[in-house]
Design a protein around this ligand. Sequence first.
Ligand code: SAM
Length: 250
Amino acid sequence: MPMNNREHTAELLFAGPIADEYNILKLICPPAAEISRRVGEFVGAWSPSYSYSRLKLLEIGCGTGITTTHLAACGDILDIVSVDNAPAMLSQARQNLARELESGRLSLIEKDALSYLQEMPAASVDVVASAYTLHNFLNGYRRRVLEEILRVLKPGGLFVNGDRYAMDDAAEQLRNTQEEVKSYFRVFLEMNRPDLLEQWVVHLFSDESEEHIMRLKPALDAMVEIGFHDVACHFRDGSNALVSAGKAGP
Ligand SMILES: C[S@@+](CC[C@H](N)C(=O)[O-])C[C@H]1O[C@@H](n2cnc3c(N)ncnc32)[C@H](O)[C@@H]1O
């Protein structure tokens, strides 16, 4: 397939042991839990500049539901739809989010994020939230997802993303990645799980590849270029960051 086509395709990166044992993330990336918490907190603290009764939130890449739990906890005025394209992740989400699903305020949808967004009407959601998903996307695909997020947000709506944003300084990013690899070896060899070590190292190579890597400054610049307002990074811990942006108000 020519590179410029591949750049715009969705991939299925979460299958097999990496998906089945995704809860290992808390050991190999301790800041992720904090970022997920902050995504929920940010949405909870946000209130739209327009009047509303209930708010509609779209989550992109719910995975096993770690961030979804924080979003659902930020108040009963939110109706949440979470989209993910990995059956193995969604089956865990269904278990982990049983209470939220029962309440009727949450639905989980198995679909590729871009296809789902493209089918949504313009200006139909108040908030789009995501965590640790966009960095997995190929660059061209990510750009199209961001354009669609802006289209589906209501004027005055919010986009919040807690994710892996690579350092702009290549040497700093290399040091950071080397430390991550060392921690993978520590964790997985102690658990005697060379199979998981292999999977996560391979996954890290994907994250760091030129066709995927999401560096902070170019990512923020691209969002401004696409038309988001108030693009800002609020928190950073190594390559873990909380970014938000809005759609111009009504
Ligand atoms: C690293 S996990 C993060 C899960 C969760 N948001 C969290 O905070 O733990 C990324 C998730 O995004 C999903 N994903 C990746 N590419 C996708 C795509 N193109 N469409 C829908 N979901 C996608 C994966 O299946 C996976 O469940």
